[in-house]
Structure formats: C-alpha cells, structure tokens
Design a protein around this ligand. Structure first.
Ligand SMILES: C[S@@+](CC[C@H](N)C(=O)[O-])C[C@H]1O[C@@H](n2cnc3c(N)ncnc32)[C@H](O)[C@@H]1O
Length: 300
C-alpha cells in the first residue's frame, strides 16, 4: 500500500512551516521565522547538512523520519519549548553544539563577528589568549578556539550546570587542551593577575520589566542567563568597571548588550561607545580597548 505523506524535502518543510505559522509560535531561538525553523527541524531529523538541487529532486523522506518530524512539530507547538531543546542541538557561528535546558539557546550576534575574526577591529594584533565571560554552553569559547586555531581560551560561568554543558561541547570539538572552564562570579573566578588579548562576553542584560513580558519560549531558559536587574545593566556595569585589569595592553573587549544597549547610552550619554553592526542591521555588540576602558570605568 502507498503511504500518503509529504515525501520530498521541500514538501515536508512547507508542511511543517504551515503548521508553525498557523500556531503563531515565537521564533528567536536560533531562527527568525517559521520557514527557517521548519527547515532546521526537517534537516536535523533527515541528517542533511544542506539542501542542494539534487537533494531537492531525489531525496525521499522515509516514513519513520516523517513520523519523527510530525511528533517534534507537535511538541514544539503544544509545549512552546524552543526547538533546540527538543533536538538537543543548536548552531552557532557555523558549528553545531549540544544544548539542553541548563543553558540558553546560542544566538548571540557575537557569533558572526567570531566567524569574521572580529574584522577589522583586531587589525594586525596577534591574539594568544581569550576569555569568554558568561560562557553558558561554551559556544563562544569553542567558536573562538576554532576561529583562532592557536589561541588558548578561558571560559567562566557562575552556573555549575551550564559548565557541564560547556564541557560536553569542548569535548565534542576535542579542545580540552586549549579551552579551560572556571566556575564563579565574573572575574572572581580567575586569578587576579590573569589577562587576555580578547575578552568576549554575552552577559545577562535583560531588565526586570522586559523579562516579565517575554514570550512563553523564554520560560524554558535559565533565569540566571537573562536577569540584568532593574535596568538590565547590573552585570554589564560590573564588567565595564572590572574588565581593564584583565586585558593585555593592546587588548579589547567585545560585549553583547541587546535590549540594554539603549539603556547604557542613556545612562552615560557622554561616553563615545563603539557599536558593531550585525548582518540584520542591529548594533548591539559593544567594543572597547583597554585604554578606553581605563578612561571610562569610573562612570559605572
Ligand atoms: C546570556 S547567557 C550567555 C551564554 C552563552 N555565552 C551564549 O552566548 O549563548 C549568560 C550566562 O551568564 C551566566 N552568568 C550569570 N551571572 C553570572 C555571573 N555573575 N558570573 C558568571 N556568569 C554568570 C549565566 O549562567 C549564563 O550562562
């Protein structure tokens, strides 16, 4: 007997995309719309890395694969759980990571700047060491170690559970010798004299008000990963105050501020911040040199 279900990749994606669109899901955990999310689901289950013309024309989705796709799509709709948690995976800066609910789903704009090796901000500066502050799944630390193939990276998080996930990702990419994990509160996790050429950070920066209004998908993520206090800037300001002494003389900080970028500008209107523009036009990643940080740190 002939089974009737969408058998081509394109038909399968369109089928899931329609379900997602009709269910008014929120997309923001690694994808930005129903089509991207449906494509990710279908490609993950069918273990495809890309969809070429040949795959479009010849690949047949098997019935067990279709049933898995259907089940995952239903779960995504019924629970509103981000797809990354349902699949146990996420993509960041061109690499696949193991993900579960102990960490947020990687989506920082910093990923695209890592892929570009922070061009043109580092110039000819040689990079030997980097720090990923607030590492979560370890995605930034691992992506940096892969982009700069001879540097060492230290990665800090306050959450022991998050560090377990980061450890898995470091092992997955066999980076145990170049990426080290530290548990603790920001720079307190490190020795007072540790310094780095590059400090990269995606800190908790969401204000109390914004947290209350977030779509249901965000409730699956650890609160400690978002909570930036009343104006979102509690941790950001601590980093701005403490960062310079952990940078080498030619060192530089890159920090994502997302929704708190405007708050920071309003808090310190006279500070000439430099914002990196991401491919979607958002300017939410801040960069400062050690010398700039020394000049402004007292203001925070
Ligand atoms: C926005 S998430 C970023 C995770 C990861 N870097 C990413 O981009 O997907 C922030 C992370 O900061 C950690 N965190 C929160 N407060 C911290 C603190 N005081 N010291 C160190 N890490 C902290 C959280 O556990 C969480 O993993």
């Amino acid at each position: 007997m002939q089974e009737v279900y969408p058998k081509t990749i394109i038909a399968c994606i369109e089928y899931v995309e329609k379900k997602f669109t009709d269910s008014r899901l929120f997309f923001g955990h690694g994808t930005t719309n129903a089509h991207e999310e449906a494509s990710w689901l279908v490609m993950s289950v069918t273990e495809l890395e890309e969809i070429t013309l040949e795959i479009e024309q010849t690949f047949v989705v098997q019935l067990p694969q279709y049933l898995s796709i259907e089940k995952l799509a239903e779960l995504r709709i019924m629970t509103r759980k981000p797809l990354a948690y349902l699949l146990g995976e996420s993509w960041f800066s061109g690499h696949k990571f193991y993900i579960d609910e102990r960490v947020i789903v990687p989506r920082s704009h910093i990923g695209e700047h890592i892929r570009d090796r922070f061009h043109p901000w580092l110039g000819i500066m040689p990079i030997q060491s980097a720090l990923d502050l607030c590492t979560g799944s370890g995605c930034i630390a691992v992506a940096m170690a892969l982009a700069f193939c001879d540097i060492t990276v230290d990665a800090v998080d306050i959450s022991v559970e998050a560090l377990d996930v980061a450890r898995k990702n470091i092992e997955r990419y066999s980076l145990d010798k170049r990426v080290r994990l530290f548990q603790g509160d920001l720079f307190d996790a490190l020795t007072p004299l540790s310094s780095y050429d590059l400090i990269v950070c995606n800190p908790p920066y969401v204000s109390t008000q914004i947290i209350q209004d977030l779509p249901p998908e965000y409730r699956f993520e650890p609160a400690v990963a978002f909570d930036g206090g009343a104006d979102g800037l509690d941790i950001v300001c601590r980093i701005l105050r403490e960062c310079s002494k952990h940078l080498t003389n030619s060192g530089r900080l890159f920090m994502e501020l997302g929704s708190a970028a405007m708050e920071l500008e309003e808090k310190s209107p006279k500070t000439p911040f430099t914002w990196l523009t991401s491919s979607n036009g958002e300017s939410a990643v801040l960069t400062l040199t050690k010398q700039e940080l020394i000049k402004i740190q007292e203001r925070f």
